[in-house]
Design a protein around this ligand. Structure first.
Ligand SMILES: O=C(O)c1cc(=O)[nH]c(=O)n1[C@@H]1O[C@H](COP(=O)(O)O)[C@@H](O)[C@H]1O
Length: 245
């Protein structure tokens, strides 16, 4: 299987591991694949900023997925610190509102002003988590209307705040692009290759279907990290992405 084609750098591998050592083992298996590496709460809380710097030193593009959701001043400070790590992308929850998202942008911009050589990361807003289904949205969380309406509302707020894009399910990509523009970035978890377990994900598509929807990046965790042969699983996903790109 080859890495020809453009899709490999549109795959974000979720490094949801207990330790830096476990993450390094997977990274070694994926050596030579130019994917994005996503560091989420589990690994960041265990291995911290040092591990993020290690990934950057190895030349990876890094998405730091800490889903900040707090008062604007706190998020501004968090965004400043995250940006100083040199990450390429980070996220906040759109549910924090426009002022909070603007504060994230301000914090990142302030860090870029102060540290020479830093570039502004892409700042992305989580809309409605891909684990949320229609019933949970309406009857548990208490938001009326369809999941797509909720996602589009959050996406519009993120755009208003000047963010670069959103995290959503691939099912909502076409509506987001229609409402917010083709250049508004979509990062889509909820990816399940045909025949794999959905687990806690509710709004899922296959890698090929997600590409057909026009998404910019797909986020894949367990279908790669829990596979018997993670390298083979990643290469198959990239091949499927390429054939639907
Ligand atoms: O922000 C995210 O990355 C995210 C948002 C969302 O709505 N759903 C979602 O699954 N994610 C992340 O995407 C990854 C999906 O992992 P798997 O379900 O194992 O493929 C996890 O690291 C989640 O934290």
């Amino acid at each position: 299987m080859s890495l020809d084609g453009k899709a490999a750098n549109r795959l974000m591998v979720a490094l949801d591991f207990k330790t830096a050592g476990d993450a390094r083992t997977l990274i070694q298996r994926l050596e030579g694949i130019p994917c994005y590496m996503k560091v989420g709460m589990q690994l960041y809380y265990a291995a911290g900023p040092e591990f993020v710097r290690e990934l950057k030193d190895k030349g990876y593009s890094v998405f730091l997925d800490l889903k900040m959701h707090d008062i604007p001043n706190t998020v501004k400070g968090g965004a400043d610190s995250i940006t100083r790590l040199g990450v390429d992308m980070f996220n906040v929850h759109a549910a924090g509102g426009v002022k909070m998202m603007q504060a994230a942008h301000e914090g990142a911009a302030a860090a870029v002003q102060e540290v020479s050589g830093l570039r502004l990361p892409q700042i992305i807003a989580v809309t409605q988590l891909t684990s949320t289904d229609q019933t949970t949205l309406n009857h548990e969380i208490g938001i009326a209307g369809s999941v797509e309406q909720a996602v589009l509302n959050y996406a519009a707020l993120a755009k208003q705040a000047g963010l670069h894009g959103v995290v959503a399910s691939p099912l909502e990509v076409q509506a987001i692009k229609a409402a917010c523009g083709a250049g508004f970035v979509t990062v889509t978890p909820g990816i399940r290759p045909a025949g794999s377990e959905a687990g806690d994900q509710s709004r899922v598509l296959t890698p090929g279907q997600a590409m057909e929807q026009g998404t910019d990046y797909i986020v894949v965790g367990r279908p790669i990290t829990a596979a018997a042969d993670p390298r083979e699983a990643a290469l198959q996903i990239i091949e499927e992405m390429n054939s639907h790109a």
